[in-house]
Design a binder for this molecule. Structure first.
Ligand code: NDP
Ligand code: OXD
Length: 313
């Protein structure tokens, strides 16, 4: 197969570094030469413009620059070519760091101590062992499993929830709709690492949060969402924080991003906000993986990490 040209179509990311790195091996353009440009073989995208890819006659594959692909499926004119998502050690490592950082901060009462420091209060609250706390990972996929193994090594009890059954040593695994309530009932700290699909949209709502266990040590249930903002209902999280259903939350993603300045989440004393920064897409690590895949595809090999269109992730 002939060496194909790359269309780089990024919204919200500066293309320069991606372009330079892709250009080491490929011809790269930022716009097709007309709506049915025959020269484009691959599209490397983040939130591509709707219908941009729909009539490219020789498009072979679409590469997401992130692990999530909801931004690609948002396009009503998506052509029927394989969609490849990011699975990369360095992105997985970033996400593991974020999850472990936030779990430890809630477990070791970081919010309480930051408040005490502001008031110059010298007070030591009771401490609990990690083994008293169950961390429930909603979305026990590539990122969820990596975080789970580090949390297990730290001594936390770990539960996982996935669409299909996935046993993992040391993790109490739940799956499907039937597994959701038992999973929540056994979870003190809920970590959301689901993809956004029609089945998961809005799943982090008040009635789900109400099912969390609030038994051991933490003094309430905790939510950590690093999956996607539209998995959650921001208003339900606020309600849950204000009536004690939730003790605290760490949110990296929001229904609307950037989080509007008017959102009460910004200044809520029980909320820790990061700007969709849990695991960044670093072109220096991700472009070589894409280039390797394109070259392998042209040698007749199969693409890896191809999205299941039916499942939507
Ligand atoms: P994976 O596809 O490897 O894992 C997804 C997991 O979610 C799987 O366990 C899957 O189940 C489960 N799942 C999907 N749909 C359902 C459902 N309806 N019910 C129950 N479980 C479900 O994805 P990754 O781990 O690589 O990434 C997860 C998400 O993290 C991405 O889609 C993205 O949205 C988000 N992300 C956020 C970043 C950030 O910076 N905030 C950075 C990177 C990713 P099963 O195992 O059965 O397939
Ligand atoms: C991703 C992201 O999906 O950064 O990789 O959100």
């Amino acid at each position: 197969m002939e060496k194909g040209k790359v269309l780089l179509a990024l919204t919200g990311f500066h293309p320069q570094r991606w372009r330079e790195l892709l250009a080491a091996e490929r011809e790269v353009v930022l716009e097709p030469d007309g709506p049915s440009d025959p020269s484009i073989a691959y599209a490397v995208v983040w939130k591509q413009k709707p219908n941009l890819l729909s009539s490219l006659p020789n498009l072979r594959a679409i590469f997401s620059i992130g692990a999530g692909v909801d931004h690609i499926f948002a396009d009503p004119g998506l052509p029927a070519v394989p969609i490849v998502r990011v699975v990369a050690d360095n992105l997985t490592q970033y996400m593991t760091e974020y999850v472990v950082w936030r779990v430890l901060d809630h477990h070791r009462q970081g919010m309480l101590y930051r408040g005490q420091q502001q008031k110059k209060t010298w007070h030591e609250p009771p401490q609990r062992p990690a083994g008293d706390i169950s961390v429930g990972i909603m979305g026990l996929g590539n990122l969820g499993r990596a975080a789970a193994s580090v949390l297990l090594a730290l001594g936390f009890a770990v539960n996982g929830w996935s669409r299909t059954e996935h046993p993992m040593q040391g993790v109490s695994a739940y799956s499907g709709e039937a597994g959701l309530i038992p999973f929540l009932n056994a979870t003190d700290i809920l970590v959301v690492l689901l993809p956004l699909t029609p089945r998961t949209q809005g799943i982090v709502n008040y009635s789900v949060l109400k099912e969390l266990r609030r038994r051991n040590g933490l003094g309430g249930a905790v939510l950590i969402n690093a999956g996607r903002g539209r998995l959650q209902k921001d208003a339900d999280i606020l309600r849950a924080l204000d009536d004690g259903t939730l003790k605290e939350a760490s949110l990296d993603v929001f229904e609307v991003e950037p989080l509007p300045k008017t959102s009460p989440l910004w200044s809520h004393p029980k909320v820790f906000v990061t700007p969709h920064a849990a695991a960044t897409s670093d072109p220096a690590h991700l472009v070589p993986i894409m280039l390797r895949q394109m070259a392998a595809f042209e040698r007749g090999e199969k693409l890896e990490n191809v999205v299941d269109r039916e499942a939507g992730y």
